[in-house]
Ligand binder design. Sequence first.
Ligand SMILES: NC(=O)C1=CN([C@@H]2O[C@H](COP(=O)(O)OP(=O)(O)OC[C@H]3O[C@@H](n4cnc5c(N)ncnc54)[C@H](OP(=O)(O)O)[C@@H]3O)[C@@H](O)[C@H]2O)C=CC1
Ligand SMILES: O=C(O)C1=N[C@H](C(=O)O)C[C@H](O)C1
Length: 252
Amino acid sequence: MTQQPDSIRVGVLGARGRMGLEVCKAVDAAGDMELVAMIDQGDELFKASDAGAQVFVDFTTPDVVMDNLHWAIDQGINMVVGTTGFTGERLDQVRGWLDANPGVGVLIAPNFGLGAVLMMQFATRAARYFESVEVIEQHHPRKLDAPSGTSTHTAKLIAQARAEAGLGPMPDATKEEVDGARGADIDGVRVHSVRASGLVAHQEVLFGSLGETLTIRHDSLDRVSFMPGVLLGVRKILERPGLTVGLDSFLD
Ligand SMILES: NC(=O)C1=CN([C@@H]2O[C@H](COP(=O)(O)OP(=O)(O)OC[C@H]3O[C@@H](n4cnc5c(N)ncnc54)[C@H](OP(=O)(O)O)[C@@H]3O)[C@@H](O)[C@H]2O)C=CC1
Ligand SMILES: O=C(O)C1=N[C@H](C(=O)O)C[C@H](O)C1
């Protein structure tokens, strides 16, 4: 496709991975973007800055993403990050790097699927009305981390909404437990992780109250589902310096 002179110059980190490959295709096909660098394990990051990248899209691994962020921010390159593993401490560290480089923008989104963003918003809204809630996430078996970034983020949003509504701990009489049977405890919300061939990325949030349940479910059936969100992030990050967590504010 013919590029416009004012195309956004994009470098993709993790370019040979499952998500990275899809991002390269999406950027290449976008009329307002130019794919200037494809970086994977073993490649030097400076190749992307030499190529004039304005935005890096990072879908690598939790153990390398912080180094990528630190380097890019110091070079004045904006980042759109889908890689998981962001704790509160890590986010504070990124804020610190950005304070020293105030013109740079970083978007870190646990899930770029528009349906997934809505699923998290709906779950946050429902949280105050139900005494019980558990999260069940299901992914392909090559996923390295459990629970998923999306389910961890969802659980934290629900826990915050429950605390603001004055809800206490959930009813649960379990006294004897095989290790892991009740899932991971994320801020008091149980998260269960399923890994199976054939799956891509799926999540259910199961609410329960007297005599009723509510299930909010999202399915990513193909990685193309994440691409509109990634491209939106690339377009918007240029005018949004500082740290943005989650895609929500870019959709409004
Ligand atoms: N936010 C969202 O919407 C989504 C987030 N994700 C997250 O994105 C991440 C990647 O997922 P996925 O694509 O499935 O994983 P993959 O393992 O398929 O891809 C990761 C790629 O990064 C490469 N890599 C490793 N180290 C570096 C490095 N230092 N610099 C550049 N590249 C490197 C890997 O190379 P090698 O294999 O040689 O190690 C691999 O090619 C995960 O954290 C996942 O949870 C996934 C889907 C959606
Ligand atoms: O590894 C994946 O595939 C995905 N990772 C993200 C997560 O951990 O939440 C987003 C999506 O679920 C796909």
